[in-house]
Design a protein around this ligand. Structure first.
Ligand SMILES: [Zn+2]
Length: 247
């Protein structure tokens, strides 16, 4: 029996706008088609993502950071609408903020490539970044978000964080702790396509996934069944997705 068999509501926790679609967009589309209510909680606004070169002649050089963040929020909202996953939720803002605390933002920690396909920590991540944040505060915020969304299951990265981005790895750790606190089971999306787990062939969801990816114009170019990232890396869309219960 599928790990999703008894789930009426599923909450996906991701680090940056576009991760929800790149890693789990087809999975969300499938679950929504099965009548499962899906929501996405995103930890940062992906402030340190790179802009696809040449696509935004109107991008202001002054106040670029504000423009970029507002644009990424809109892209996330558009992708979620496409997937049928409701409005975005951000960590640090109601309802994903611990009771009694003023809203805050967790910023993208950035990354650098350690080798091809494996990311490591950026050397200059700021004091407001997710990886610099007090884990207890972030876990309390996540617990509040999970409680508000009241999911039967939470889905997030495995401990490899997909390709090792420090924010993905941190989101895995924080979500695992928050799920334990709230008492909601957690599934992890498998980074290694040979890993043991429950694998779903989601090829029929390619058109939906492609349409959702198209919303992430600052980050991604869609080319058939491939996505091309802002840095030029090409990869096949995630149409086969494996999950397993977090141990
Ligand atoms: Zn990411």
């Amino acid at each position: 029996m599928s790990v999703f068999a008894d789930a009426g509501r599923v909450l996906f926790v991701h680090a940056h706008p576009d991760d929800e679609t790149l890693a789990t967009g087809a999975l969300i589309a499938w679950l929504v088609s099965e009548g499962v209510e899906c929501r996405v909680l995103t930890a940062t606004r992906g402030e340190r993502g790179e802009l696809v070169a040449g696509r935004f002649p109107e991008a202001p050089t002054e106040e670029f950071a504000d423009w970029f963040v507002a644009r990424r929020e809109r892209e996330l909202a558009g992708a979620l609408r496409e997937l049928g996953a409701g409005d975005p939720m951000f960590l640090g803002q109601a309802p994903a903020r611990a009771p009694g605390l003023p809203p805050r933002r967790y910023a993208d920690s950035g990354m650098r490539w350690v080798r091809e396909g494996l990311a490591g920590p950026a050397e200059d991540s700021g004091p407001d970044s997710l990886t610099a944040a007090d884990p207890a505060e972030a876990i309390a915020d996540l617990a509040a978000g999970i409680t508000a969304a009241a999911p039967d299951l939470v889905v997030t990265y495995d401990d490899a964080g997909g390709y090792g981005h420090p924010d993905h790895v941190r989101v895995h750790e924080l979500t695992k702790a928050a799920c334990a606190e709230v008492g909601v089971p957690m599934l992890e999306v498998l980074s290694d396509d040979r890993a043991e787990g429950e694998w779903h062939d989601l090829t029929p969801w390619h058109p939906k996934l492609a349409a959702a990816l198209e919303h992430h114009q600052t980050q991604i170019t869609v080319d058939g069944r491939d996505v091309i990232h802002s840095g030029g890396q090409r990869e096949a869309m995630q149409l086969r997705t494996g999950v397993r219960a977090a141990g």
